[in-house]
Design a protein around this ligand. Structure first.
Ligand code: B3K
Ligand code: ZN
Length: 882
């Protein structure tokens, strides 16, 4: 394995040179694009005057360099694989560089690349250096002008950042378009798009009366799938004005969809580039979850215009400054346009399933990492989702208005700047005269804090005391941790299910909610706290960590009865769901232990009863009932256990589901029939909620070995007037009896729709049926599959390796060998995608000894592969160090 260098946060130094203006001219061609760049460069005043100019550049063919109009002799600069150095730079100069690149050969999809005959760019984090030599770092902010020249037939649409200021015809059938971006930006926000595209257009009139054109560009033939994305953009613009007073700042907001994209979408200034997955949707092609995903990703990228673009990151260690904040903003948007409770539970469930696992494993890192080898590996659950929880805690501690004051001050101070997470924290603190010094630990300490809570009821004095101890587990490179500043939202519930007024014996430690309020936020700052609630009429049941007020794990010795009670009575939707979830986790872990002892799975009647009550509760939002009935995922359970046999764990889960289905058959059947009311499909909150519960019922019923259920599934598959219902039936059929006929029918209908075929691949990759790996291997040769397309890799390979623990962890080790082969294969094509897949080995120390040996062997095989990319090397070497 080649040695790869780590970059350290504390080594940051300000750039020696700044770039004022960039004029770019692209002569676009699929295999030979010529890039002429004219940079107005000056020394960064106050810094050492004899520093050389070092520009980043990768995979570039250099044609010429001129300094202040004169060709620069080869002796006046040096070049290597990654840099171009000019030792003697004047204080101010104009540097003109011409390079050539080959977009068609760019399979890494970073820089300028070709997709279906069109050209796209992806520059975050360090893709611009694959287009031209540049100071490719976020704290160098310049004004960009871009002229695109291309064959008019092949590339009728030519887009870049900012405003379109001119266009014209040229010789040899070519045309040109010129774009000027009036806002300074770092190179990672540069974008261009060229190709045969059509646009769906709309207009948003801002609060201050400006008219903004919204244009969503797609390949011809997809125009009938853009309406939801356009509507999402309009909603997001409106929401940001209302909630944060932030208006869009250009005349046009463009979104372009491509089917070849490494991630979800990218917030390039004025020209967002999206994975088609987050743009294209029609009721017959997209599920309710897809429509939701479009709302949140469109909003996310749009919100970056302020949180990320107008105020950007000083260096890549500060990534969560823009990502954590923007995720928080998109989550709030989704809560406001849909169900806040459902949104919160879904977000917490994902955080706990993926981020907690990351934080407990070999890739654990703080929200603001201290070092990295490859920055692209740090677009993680921790930076994004834990980062958003950190932002949410400011809002919890400071209140909604206090948070808004902090945001206003942040923009007032830093508009147009590249700043740090400390600047954000300072704005929050200063705007509210709050002490947020200890809060800084949320950015620097990795690992999920744990709260151990005990209670004591003093019957004579009518007082209830909570003793709260916090600890943060050791993580790689961080053995010792300090106590953190944690908001803990609580309520106390009496036996009738009413929340009680909360009076503390010592009022100094609570924040939000005055004495007597029924919901209060306790601020933890020490390793141990004692909170005594007084004047209580009875021994209450505590409702803890309401709305998931902090990204922590929590242990409190609830009895089963208390959990059932909270499931039925807690007025906080998250806490209510959490009671069901804790009860289910407890049951599944107990039953798994029983299976290991060779005993049979037995679901206690009390558990069935609690689920029965949920199914019969027609007053509760069906979406909440669905979430409570949805058992915790195997990946989440794996984290709660040690020396796991994932195959036995999966068997346990299935037995529990079967027993529940048998016990609740009448209620499941009835609720399914009630919800399957034949109403024509409509995408509305109410219908989405009803479909979610209906399909959970269907899923349980599918566990029953009855021909009648087989018919029910086949009928729902056949009759569905929308993809949500059709896919739910197909998934159940695939898991139950293979669903061969329906799988063939589905592929026959949707062969030409890449996104729908992604679902078809994913269903088979996550099937629990025997022979799944063989099937996946066969599907690698399917005409609709391509290992060069990240969506296909994610839906077939990643789905198998990361979402199908029972088959990935098959005892023969073939699942591991398959993963290793694909990682090695992908690494030569697209290192970012390979590195992401490589995280499937992260939790190898969690499984039993037999599997651990097998996994380690595969890790070593990957590590020994010559020429492994820095991306994959970083993930694999950290996993091996665990
Ligand atoms: N900022 C981009 C992610 C870029 C990933 C680079 N490897 C999308 C987003 O978070 O909005
Ligand atoms: Zn983002």
């Amino acid at each position: 394995m080649t040695a790869h260098q780590a970059i350290h946060r504390l080594d940051y130094t300000a750039p020696a040179f700044l770039i004022d203006r960039v004029d770019l001219t692209f002569e676009l061609d699929e295999t030979d694009t010529r890039v002429s760049s004219r940079l107005v460069i000056k020394k960064n005043k106050g810094l050492q005057s004899n520093t050389p100019l070092i520009l980043a550049g990768e995979a570039l063919q250099l044609e010429s360099i001129k300094l202040d109009g004169a060709p620069l002799p080869a002796s006046a600069y040096q070049r290597d694989d990654a840099t171009l150095t000019i030792p003697d730079m004047p204080d101010e100069a104009i540097l003109e560089i011409v390079t050539r690149i080959n977009p068609a050969s760019n399979t890494a999809l970073s820089g300028l690349y070709a997709s279906n005959g069109n050209l796209f760019t992806q520059c975050e984090a360090e893709g611009f250096r694959r287009i031209s030599y540049y100071l490719d770092r976020p704290d160098v902010m310049a004004k960009f002008t871009t002229t695109l020249i291309a064959d008019k037939q092949k590339y009728p649409v030519l887009l870049s950042n900012g405003n379109r200021v001119g266009s014209g015809q040229m010789d040899r059938g070519r045309h040109w378009v010129k774009w000027v971006d009036p806002f300074r930006k770092p190179s990672y926000l540069f974008a261009l798009v060229a190709g045969k595209l059509v646009a769906q257009c709309d207009t948003h009139v801002t609060g201050s009366g400006r008219s903004v054109a919204i244009e969503v560009y797609v390949e011809p033939g997809n125009l009938d799938k853009c309406a939801h994305a356009v509507a999402a953009a309009k909603k997001a613009m409106q929401w940001d004005e209302e909630r944060f007073g932030l208006e869009y700042d250009l005349d046009t907001y463009m979104i372009v969809a491509t089917s070849d994209f490494n991630m979800g979408a990218m917030e390039n200034k004025g020209l967002n580039i999206f994975n088609t997955k987050y743009v294209l949707a029609r009721p017959d092609t997209a599920t309710d979850a897809d429509f939701d995903g479009i709302d949140s990703v469109v909003a996310h990228e749009y919100f970056h215009n302020w949180t990320g673009n107008r105020v950007t990151c000083r260096d890549w260690f500060q990534l969560s400054l823009k990502e954590g904040l923007t995720v928080y903003r998109d989550q709030e948007f989704s809560s406001d346009i849909g169900s806040r409770a459902v949104q919160r539970i879904q977000n917490v469930r994902a955080l706990r399933e993926y981020q907690f696992a990351e934080d407990a494993g070999p890739q654990a890192h703080p929200v603001r990492p201290d070092e990295y080898q490859e920055i692209n590996n740090f677009y993680t659950w921790t930076v994004y989702e834990k980062g958003s929880e950190v932002v949410r805690m400011y809002a919890t501690l400071l209140g909604r208005e206090g948070f808004r004051r902090g945001m206003d001050l942040y923009f007032k101070r830093h508009d147009g700047q590249a700043v740090t997470c400390d600047d954000f924290r300072a704005a929050m603190a200063d705007a509210n005269h709050a002490d947020l010094d200890q809060f800084a630990l949320w950015y620097s300490q990795a690992g999920t804090p744990h709260l151990d809570i005990a209670s004591h009821w003093d019957d004579a004095a009518q007082r209830f005391t909570l003793t709260v101890r916090q600890s943060v587990p050791p993580t790689p490179g961080q053995a010792e941790k300090l106590p953190m500043h944690i908001p803990l939202a609580v309520a106390l519930i009496d036996r009738r299910g009413q929340t009680l007024p909360l009076h503390l014996a010592d009022e100094s430690c609570a924040t939000d909610g005055a004495a007597g309020a029924h919901h209060r936020v306790l601020e933890l700052r020490e390793a141990e706290h004692r909170f005594t609630f007084v004047n209580l009429p009875c021994h209450p049941v505590p409702s803890l960590l309401r709305d998931f007020s902090a990204p922590v794990t929590l242990a409190y010795p609830y009895s089963d009865d208390e959990l059932v009670f909270l499931m039925a009575h807690d007025d906080d939707a998250f806490a209510r769901w959490e009671a069901a979830n804790s009860y289910a986790v407890r049951l599944l872990c107990q039953q798994y232990a029983a299976v290991l002892r060779g005993e049979k799975v037995v679901v206690p009647e009390q558990f069935c009863e609690a689920f029965r009550a949920l199914l019969e509760n027609t007053a509760l939002d069906p979406a909440l009932v669905a979430l409570m009935l949805d058992l915790p995922r195997e990946n989440y359970l794996l984290e709660q256990l040690d020396d796991v046999d994932p195959v036995k764990l999966a068997q346990t889960c299935q037995s529990v589901r079967q027993q529940l289905a048998r016990s609740l058959r009448p209620q499941l059947w009835l609720r399914y029939q009630q919800l399957n009311d034949g109403q024509p499909y409509h995408y509305s909150g109410e219908q989405v909620a009803r479909r979610s519960l209906k399909n959970i019922c269907l899923d349980y019923l599918a566990e029953l070995d009855e021909s009648m259920i087989g018919e029910l599934l086949a009928q729902q598959y056949r009759k569905a007037d929308n993809m949500t219902d059709r896919l739910a039936a197909l998934r159940a059929l695939v898991n139950r009896d293979g669903g061969e006929a329906q799988l063939a029918d589905f592929a026959g209908t949707w062969a030409a729709d890449a996104l729908v075929m992604d679902k078809w691949f994913a269903l088979q990759a996550t099937s629990r049926r025997p022979g799944t790996l063989t099937r996946v291997q066969t599907l690698l040769g399917h005409p609709a599959f391509s290992i060069r397309n990240p969506n296909k890799v994610r839906s077939l390979i990643n789905a198998f390796c990361l979402q199908n623990p029972a088959h990935f962890h098959a005892a023969d080790g073939y699942g591991y060998a398959f993963a290793a082969d694909r990682i090695i294969e992908l690494d030569a094509i697209n290192p970012q995608i390979a590195a992401r897949l490589a995280t499937c080995f992260n939790r190898w120390t969690k499984v039993d000894t037999h599997r651990r040996v097998l996994m380690r062997t595969e890790l070593e095989r990957i590590a020994a592969h010559p020429d492994l990319s820095g991306d994959t090397n970083e993930i694999i070497s950290k996993a091996l160090a665990a």
